[in-house]
Design a binder for this molecule. Structure first.
Ligand SMILES: Nc1nc2c(c(=O)[nH]1)N[C@H]1C(S)=C(S)[C@@H](COP(=O)(O)OP(=O)(O)OC[C@H]3O[C@@H](n4cnc5c(=O)[nH]c(N)nc54)[C@H](O)[C@@H]3O)O[C@H]1N2
Ligand SMILES: Nc1nc2c(c(=O)[nH]1)N[C@H]1C(S)=C(S)[C@@H](COP(=O)(O)OP(=O)(O)OC[C@H]3O[C@@H](n4cnc5c(=O)[nH]c(N)nc54)[C@H](O)[C@@H]3O)O[C@H]1N2
Ligand code: SF4
Ligand SMILES: [Mo]
Length: 693
């Protein structure tokens, strides 16, 4: 018998997801079909390892629920919406006609809504930005993830530049602060383990006993939103122990005396009370930080999702400046390294196409309010939104206060277009759904917020079904709108080149195509001799810019908006961090992955809190507050500290037992700076649901 000859090849790619690791991928393709996605062993940051979810990327790509042709809604909007196929030509023509009509009144009535479904520079914001700039549409304030932390870094350090992630392997003390590395930053965890093997001590500060916390030497189960209080008490201890680096402080910082004065008011007892820790836990932590050289902090975005989130990050990143930890390459802190990449956004996004038009700014974290504002309350600042074009995002599931978001998207007078792979909660409200390609089917170029490499993504297979890259959809729309600038004809490979052509002339594009990645040449110890990018060129404990805005110029502890008090109406605090097997709301509909995450949405609750409410592991529960109700299963576990419930991952609303998800409970209140969401600043009550059988 003859064996059929198969043509097999490996295609280099990059993981598109919103994850600090930005892995280099190798896709095995046989006869035009992607068989398997693996981690590229030649890329040092990836080291041949992918997380569980992206190992299943081919399953997701060929999933039979994937949308493979343009669809037009028939009947009502919402979870029961019906759609019928429409040709690309007709869909583009009808959408362009509608957008032209709205733009003729005022282009600010049109809002693009996108986020990090793909982090690619090309399928993210390139052709789409050109399109909306030319149109003069409202601009989206992109706050939903990291804006409080980002602003904090800019106020304190002047840029989003921290330790090189590989340097953690040489640290002697690693504090993992508000991050579940094993779940959301796996490749960092590898470096932490290398350090551990060389004798480093690992400490995790997290209200939840995560899989990461479990594997560290010490876990401090802090109350959500109280990190700044902990830092102030540590600084006091550092002063009392004479462990500060006065020389580093004198040469490279501003405002130390005022910060010290504030910190001296934070006794161990006061901080312990606020943070829900013991005084010994805090003094031991301070002792380790004072005495172990090469101390490194991996903070992440978990601690900036509450009212004082910006101040919390400013407080934490002050610590390495106080003890001069930045002097060593393996000391300091890392929140993000995105500031190291000189991406040429002018060329990719062409803000010049605005040509004097002044777009309104709409905060994506308060999209619920933005879509529901009464007509007479509209102004330039709060434009009346008549159309939303959604791509790379699933706002109905991921934005806070989702009852309001769903209500807004349900407006009959709202014209909604959704570019998607799947029938998400948001796609349920679309007038048109346009099928988008996945990372296996299009070109892209990527930076990272964890490491310092640039990666290329080549298409491994042809577009599945009739799907098209986001770029092509916006090129088609531009043509139909009559936008005739040459930049609307540029193809994706050209866009990939444009991302760094002018700003990184020493990066050879052909080598990048061949190898898959390019390592930026960056300083190992960026602040060993100061060199902060602030107006003072120093680390700003005291920030004059904040003072001029009427804000506290020093890092301060700002209590949460919502206080979980035993005598209060809503006595439980609730956080909802990422699930290991999902990527935000992506992957939740993929069968193999679904099953590994308990199959259905659930919350974690401490045995004491469960017992008080007559809740057993079989119970179904209602989690509720003034904003809404969410029905789900429970897991009774000491991972959640008493008084705290945890809902992992962003399940779709349609997966919830009563058609809602965790964001039914979160609020649209914003962080101290950055206008960010306060997902983890939320109080609720939980009760057992009586099930009638
Ligand atoms: N597997 C997986 N990986 C992901 C994602 C995913 O959904 N799944 N999402 C990606 C995205 S978009 C992002 S932004 C990152 C997010 O990942 P991280 O930046 O690590 O942040 P979070 O996951 O929001 O929270 C991390 C930890 O902070 C804890 N935490 C909550 N509140 C507080 C607090 O007040 N103080 C302290 N000290 N800790 C607190 C939570 O319990 C959680 O364990 O991960 C990315 N990676
Ligand atoms: N309760 C709670 N809510 C949260 C968070 C939390 O911790 N708790 N985390 C918040 C954070 S940190 C973030 S970053 C946001 C994330 O919010 P989003 O950025 O909206 O992330 P996803 O939910 O993953 O949705 C991305 C969508 O983009 C689609 N997509 C992927 N690639 C492409 C493409 O190439 N083209 C097109 N057209 N579509 C594509 C995917 O199919 C997916 O449906 O959620 C926030 N919401
Ligand atoms: S999600 Fe993160 S860990 Fe998983 S493959 Fe992508 S970049 Fe790597
Ligand atoms: Mo995020």
């Amino acid at each position: 018998m003859h064996k059929l000859e198969t043509k097999s090849q490996q295609v280099i790619g990059a993981c598109p997801h919103d994850c600090p690791d930005t892995c280099s991928l190798l896709t095995e393709v046989e006869d035009g079909k992607a068989i398997k996605v693996r981690g590229n062993p030649a890329h040092p940051q990836t080291a041949g390892v992918l997380c569980n979810k992206v190992s299943k990327y081919t399953e997701r790509t060929y999933d039979d629920k994937r949308i493979l042709q343009p669809l037009k809604r028939i009947g009502a909007k919402g979870p029961n919406a019906q759609f019928e196929p429409i040709s690309w030509e007709k869909a583009i023509e009808e959408i362009a006609h509608k957008l032209k009509t709205i733009a003729a009144q005022d282009p600010n009535h049109i809002l693009p809504y996108s986020y990090a479904g793909t982090m690619g520079k090309v399928q993210g914001e390139s052709m789409s930005s050109r399109f909306f700039n030319k149109l003069g549409a409202s601009r989206l304030e992109r706050t939903i993830c990291s804006s409080a932390g980002t602003q904090a870094l800019l106020y304190s350090m002047g840029s989003k530049v921290g330790m090189k992630v590989e340097q953690f392997a040489n640290s002697k003390l690693i504090i993992i602060w508000g991050s579940n590395s094993i779940s959301s930053n796996l490749h960092f965890w590898r470096y932490a383990n290398q350090a551990k093997a060389k004798g480093a001590k690992l400490i995790c500060i997290d209200p939840r006993r995560t899989e990461t916390a479990e594997k560290c030497d010490v876990h401090l189960s802090i109350k959500p939103g109280t990190d700044a209080a902990l830092v102030l008490a540590i600084i006091r201890e550092l002063v009392l122990k004479n462990a500060i680096d006065q020389d580093y402080i004198d040469r490279y910082t501003v405002g130390w005396e005022s910060l010290k004065e504030r910190a001296m008011q934070w006794t161990l007892e006061r901080a312990a009370q606020v943070c829900g820790l013991t005084t010994f836990e805090i003094s031991d932590l301070a002792q380790d930080y004072a005495s172990i050289k090469n101390a490194a902090i991996r903070l992440n975005y978990g601690l900036q999702r509450s009212k004082g989130g910006g101040n919390a990050v400013r407080a934490v990143v002050s610590l390495p400046a106080v003890i001069g930890a930045w002097r060593s390459a393996s000391g300091g802190a890392l929140l993000a390294n995105s500031g190291r990449f000189p991406t040429d956004l002018q060329t990719l996004q062409r803000p010049d196409l605005l040509a004097g038009k002044k777009p309104s700014l709409v905060n994506m974290s308060t999209i619920g309010d933005a879509l529901n504002t009464e007509i007479e309350k509209h102004s330039f600042e709060t434009p009346f939104i008549k159309s939303v074009i959604v791509y790379n995002s699933n706002p109905v599931a991921v934005a806070p206060d989702s009852k309001q978001v769903a209500k807004g998207f349900a407006r009959e007078d709202l014209f909604t277009v959704v570019l998607e792979h799947f029938q998400t909660d948001t796609a349920d409200y679309a007038d048109y759904i346009l099928p988008a390609t996945t990372q296996l089917e299009h070109w892209d170029i990527h930076t990272s917020y964890g490491h310092t490499d640039i990666l290329i993504n080549k298409p491994a297979i042809a577009p599945v079904g009739l799907s098209k890259p986001n770029t092509q959809i916006f090129r088609d729309l531009a043509k139909a709108m009559g936008f005739d600038e040459d930049c609307f004809k540029e193809q994706d490979l050209t866009l990939c080149k444009q991302a760094f052509e002018k700003t990184l002339p020493n990066m050879c594009f052909d080598t990048l195509l061949d190898k898959g990645y390019f390592e930026l040449e960056v300083l190992d110890a960026p602040y060993a001799k100061g060199g902060f990018h602030t107006p003072s060129n120093r680390f700003e404990f005291y920030c004059e810019r904040l003072s001029q805005m009427g804000q506290d110029p020093l890092p301060s502890f700002i209590p949460n908006y919502e206080q979980a008090r035993l005598d209060g109406k809503y006595p439980l605090a609730m956080i909802s961090p990422p699930a290991r097997n999902f990527l935000n709301s992506t992957f939740v509909n993929i069968d193999g992955i679904h099953k590994s995450s308990n199959n259905e949405p659930y919350i974690e609750i401490h045995p004491k809190d469960a017992h008080e409410r007559g809740i057993s592991c079989e119970s179904l529960v209602e989690v509720f507050n003034d904003r809404g109700r969410y029905h789900c299963k429970v897991e009774i576990t000491e991972r959640a500290r008493p008084g705290l419930i945890v809902g992992l991952g962003i399940w779709w609303r349609k997966h919830g037992l009563n058609g809602t998800n965790i964001n039914e409970l979160t609020s649209q209140k914003l962080t101290d700076f950055g206008n960010g969401p306060t997902f983890y600043d939320c109080t609720v009550q939980v009760r057992r649901l009586e099930v009638n059988s």
